[in-house]
Design a protein around this ligand. Structure first.
Ligand code: PMV
Length: 351
C-alpha cells in the first residue's frame, strides 16, 4: 500500500484516505480553547455512510506554498489556511518523531466529496478526518487513531469524531494541551445496523454565521451557555446507555432535547442566532403527530436548517416521504458508517 511507504529522505510521498461525516446525537457547541479547539463539553455522534470525502496528500520536494483543491476548485483564504495549519502540525510531528534530515516540502492536497459541501452535512468533519489520516501517512508517521483524531480536531472540532466508525464520543478532556480530548469509539458500525439518519435538505444556502463564529459568540454572550454545557455533559452519559440498548425512542427523545437546548443557547446570544427556516420548524413539529400515530421518527439539528430524521429501517421510506412533504428539496438516506481508511493506490485511482 503506497500510503504506508516509508519516508525515503527527500522523495515525495503520498497517501489517500477516505472518511465519512458524522451527525452529533449530543452536540458540541462552544470551545474553552479556540486555538487548540478544546470543547467545553463532551459530545457523541454516529458516523454517516454512504457519504464520504476522499483526500490525497502529497509532500513535494519544493518549498513552495501548499496547494489545496476541493471538489475541483482551488481553496483560498480561510479554507486554505486551515488545511495548511493542519499540514504544518504534521510536518512538526514528523520532524520531532522521525528525526528526519530536512523537512517535508510543500503539500499538494486534493479532496473530493460524494455529497455537496454546502449541504450542511458536516463535510468539514469528513474532510479534516481524511486530511489527518492521509497527511500523517504521507509523512511516514505511524498509524495512530488518537493522534489522527487530535489532528483532525485542530482542523474542525467535530472531525475528531470521524476517525473511528460507528458511535463515537468526543471526550471533553481536562488537560490544557488537549492530549485527552479526542474521539473514542463506543460501538462500531455493526452495533446497530438498522438505525437510519434521513437528512431533509430544506436549504442549501450557506449559513450567515458559521458554527465556529456562532459558538464563539454564544459562549461569550448567551446567559444560557453554562446551563447548556452542563446539561450536554450529562446527556452524553445517558445517550451512551440508550445507544448501547439500541433504544430508538430513548435515543430520539434525548437527541431532540439536546438539539433544542443547543439552539436555545444560540438563540440566547446577543444578537440572537437562529439557524432554523420555516420549513425546518414545520418538519420537526410534524413529528409529534406522526409519533402519536405510532411512527417512530425523531430529529436532530446542527447549526443549520436541515433536520436529520432518526428512525429505523422499517420507517426510512416514511421519514423520506415526510421530509419531502415538508418542503425538502432533496433527501439523503444514511446508516451507521465505518472508520476513516487509508486507500491503496488502485482504490485511490478508482475513487
Ligand atoms: O466542528 P465544527 O466547528 O464544524 O462544529 C460543529 C458544530 C455542530 O455541528 C453544530 C455540532 C456537532 O457536534 O457536530
Amino acid at each position: 500500500m503506497f500510503c504506508e511507504r516509508a519516508w525515503s529522505g527527500g522523495a515525495a510521498v503520498k497517501a489517500t484516505a477516505r472518511s465519512h461525516p458524522n451527525i452529533a446525537l449530543i452536540k458540541y457547541w462552544g470551545k474553552r480553547d479556540d486555538r487548540l479547539v478544546l470543547p467545553h463539553q463532551s459530545s457523541l455522534s454516529v458516523t454517516l455512510a454512504p457519504l464520504s470525502v476522499t483526500t490525497t496528500v502529497e509532500f513535494t520536494t519544493v518549498a513552495a506554498p501548499d496547494t489545496v483543491r476541493i471538489n475541483g476548485a482551488d481553496a483560498v483564504g480561510t479554507e486554505l489556511s486551515r488545511v495548511s495549519e493542519a499540514i504544518a502540525l504534521v510536518r512538526a510531528d514528523a520532524k520531532r518523531l522521525l528525526k528526519r534530515k530536512g523537512g517535508l516540502g510543500a503539500a499538494k492536497v486534493i479532496s473530493h466529496g460524494n455529497f455537496p459541501a454546502s449541504a450542511g452535512l458536516a463535510s468539514s468533519a469528513a474532510a479534516f478526518a481524511a486530511l489527518a489520516m492521509a497527511a500523517r501517512a504521507a509523512a511516514g508517521l505511524p498509524k495512530d487513531e488518537r493522534a489522527a483524531s487530535i489532528l483532525a480536531r485542530r482542523g474542525s472540532g467535530s472531525a475528531c469524531r470521524s476517525i473511528a466508525g460507528g458511535f463515537v464520543r468526543w471526550n471533553r478532556g481536562k488537560r490544557k494541551d488537549g492530549a485527552d480530548s479526542y474521539g473514542e469509539q463506543l460501538f462500531d458500525e455493526h452495533h446497530w445496523p438498522g438505525l437510519r439518519m434521513v437528512v431533509g435538505m430544506v436549504s442549501r444556502e450557506e449559513k450567515a454565521v458559521k458554527s465556529r463564529d456562532g459558538m464563539r459568540s454564544t459562549v461569550k454572550n448567551s446567559p444560557f451557555y453554562p446551563a447548556w454545557a452542563k446539561s450536554a455533559e450529562l446527556d452524553c452519559v445517558a445517550m451512551a446507555k440508550h445507544v448501547k440498548r439500541r433504544d430508538l425512542q430513548a435515543v430520539g427523545e434525548l437527541a431532540e432535547r439536546n438539539a433544542w437546548r443547543m439552539h436555545a443557547s444560540a438563540l440566547g446570544n446577543n444578537p440572537p442566532l437562529c439557524y432554523l427556516k420555516p420549513a425546518t420548524l414545520e418538519m420537526i413539529l410534524a413529528l409529534d403527530g406522526l409519533r402519536r400515530s405510532g411512527v417512530p421518527i425523531w430529529f436532530t439539528l446542527d447549526a443549520g436548517p436541515n433536520p436529520v430524521l432518526l428512525t429505523d429501517e422499517a420507517n426510512e421510506d416514511r421519514a423520506a416521504q415526510l421530509a419531502r412533504e415538508m418542503g425538502a428539496e432533496e433527501v439523503v438516506r444514511c446508516r451507521p458508517g465505518g472508520p476513516s481508511v487509508l486507500l491503496t493506490e488502485v482504490e485511490a485511482d478508482a475513487a
